[in-house]
Ligand binder design. Structure first.
Ligand SMILES: [Zn+2]
Length: 479
């Protein structure tokens, strides 16, 4: 934008150079190369790059142009080398990569707190699935996803991997709010809000992927077969075949609960991951949510097949699904990221809480305080999470050439005093309220806690009104 504005300035000042640009797209004129600078610089007392060497730069800055990080280094150098149209000041702020929420059902924010304190299958079959068939339509998904994007941006999440219904509506919301997302078309063999059965949901998913592939670089359309207890082996294999045909990744719930384990054993004569391996399901990119109950035999398969495992500690604790062996999977070379799951089983979308609980859960389960240290957990929420979902080449670390998805975390609250170790505070102290600014693809989505792409008053009003209708309907039904 700056370049264009300056081009017009030069047009008037340097008439001899015949103005701004070549209408035919040929080589730029000398006037065009006389740019005043780059789009954005983000400063911080510390820049936590999350690169392979764990580089942390004191008094650092990140230079951004056309949505890409072009330089990371000491603020003094960046500021003198790159005049910028906009600078996000960094006093008492930490700069780090945006958080990657590897598993969510964003629109379920509208079912936040509608049914608590229940086991997974009771919760799903007797509360969530019926409520969804009754209440979920495109309007529900639009409002719920907007509410979720507001909450995620506020909390420093820049990328999320979603699985819900009406994926076109989800994609339209993401397009407007500016986040990065992998959006699954849910495939499930039962009547759902947007399909009748497995065949119907799969063919609708194909349409969604064809419509959105290559349309917006921030949006990756993928398939979301629900699980191996809501689809049979043939339907799972058909979904993978369609995904391979379209070059689309898959996101799926895997080995989440003891129920699933027993169901898989009873139905297929083997546990879930062995079943998936036996039908060639891992022959394309796979994001496996939960993986609470992998067997010793199954963990090496996940590593070898480069399956991205997404750990959802809050949901696993709240529904009492179990404690995932994250330490063993990381030791075996499995790619592991973090996710919130839907707000109906969490009940928020706070990735800082997931980081903290992931660490504490491994430590207490192993009775080993060295299990899952802060640096590993921070990686799971950023660089490691990005790799797990297949976006590691473009986001998750701060370095030249990466897409500019980054956040500023304010270190000025009483709970940050004193600061001995920045990484320790990011994992064990900071929370979503500390996030000050959020940038995705070089665009500022939140600046000093002001939301710039979401009309929060409208979303609050619409979400409250829709929830009131759901509550009234539930009350009438239960009379
Ligand atoms: Zn889920």
């Amino acid at each position: 934008m700056t370049t264009i504005r300056l081009c017009f300035l030069y047009f008037f000042l340097i008439v001899a150079l015949a103005g701004c640009g070549s209408p035919d797209g040929s080589e730029p004129t000398p006037a065009e190369t006389l740019d005043d600078g780059i789009d954005l610089i983000v400063q911080g007392d510390y820049v936590v790059t999350m690169d392979a060497g764990g580089t942390v730069i004191e008094n650092g800055a990140v230079a951004v142009e056309d949505g890409v990080i072009i330089a990371v280094g000491p603020a003094a150098n960046i500021m003198s080398e790159y005049p910028a149209a906009e600078v996000l000041e960094g006093t008492n702020h930490i700069v780090m990569p945006g958080l990657v929420n590897g598993h969510s059902h964003a629109a379920m924010t509208l079912l936040r707190g509608v049914a608590d304190d229940l086991a997974l299958m009771d919760w799903l079959q007797n509360y969530i699935f019926p409520a969804e068939v009754e209440f979920v339509d495109a309007e529900f998904v639009r409002i719920g996803t907007e509410l979720a994007c507001w909450e995620m941006i506020r909390g420093g999440t820049t990328t999320f991997v979603d699985m819900y219904y009406y994926p076109d509506t989800i994609a339209e919301v993401v397009e407007r709010c500016g986040m990065r997302a992998m959006i699954s078309a849910t495939v499930i063999d039962q009547r759902s809000p947007d399909a009748e059965d497995a065949g119907d949901s799969l063919s609708k998913g194909v349409g969604f992927i064809e419509r959105w592939q290559g349309k917006n670089s921030r949006i990756t359309p993928i398939f979301g077969p629900h699980a191996n207890y809501t689809l049979d082996a043939e339907q799972l294999a058909a979904t993978r075949a369609a995904a391979i045909e379209l070059g689309a990744p898959i996101s799926i719930h895997v080995s989440e609960s003891p129920y699933e384990l027993q169901y898989s054993q009873d139905t297929y004569g083997m546990t879930s991951i062995l079943l998936y391996e036996s039908i060639g399901f891992f022959e394309g990119p796979t994001i496996a949510a939960h993986v609470v109950w992998p067997t010793e035999e199954e963990i090496p398969i996940l590593a070898e097949r480069k399956v991205g495992v997404i750990h959802n500690p809050t949901s696993n604790m709240k529904i009492a699904s179990g404690i995932s062996p994250i330490t063993e999977m990381l030791d075996a070379g499995v790619r592991v990221g973090l996710g919130t799951d839907g707000a109906a089983s969490n009940n928020d979308l706070d990735m800082w809480e997931e980081m903290r609980l992931a660490a504490f859960l491994q430590k207490v389960d192993r009775m080993d305080p060295e299990a899952l240290p802060a640096t590993t957990v921070l990686s799971m929420a950023t660089s490691g999470g990005a790799t797990a979902v297949g976006l590691g080449d473009s986001v998750g670390t701060l370095g030249p050439g990466k897409r500019a998805d980054l956040i500023q975390v304010a270190f000025e609250d009483v709970h940050h005093i004193p600061t001995y170790d920045v990484i320790s505070h990011l994992v064990y102290v900071s929370d979503e309220q500390d996030v000050a600014s959020v940038v995705v693809d070089g665009k500022v989505l939140m600046k000093e806690r002001e939301m710039l792409t979401i009309d929060t008053d409208r979303v609050r009003t619409e979400a409250t009104a829709l929830a009131a209708r759901i509550q009234a309907a539930l009350a009438a039904r239960n009379q």
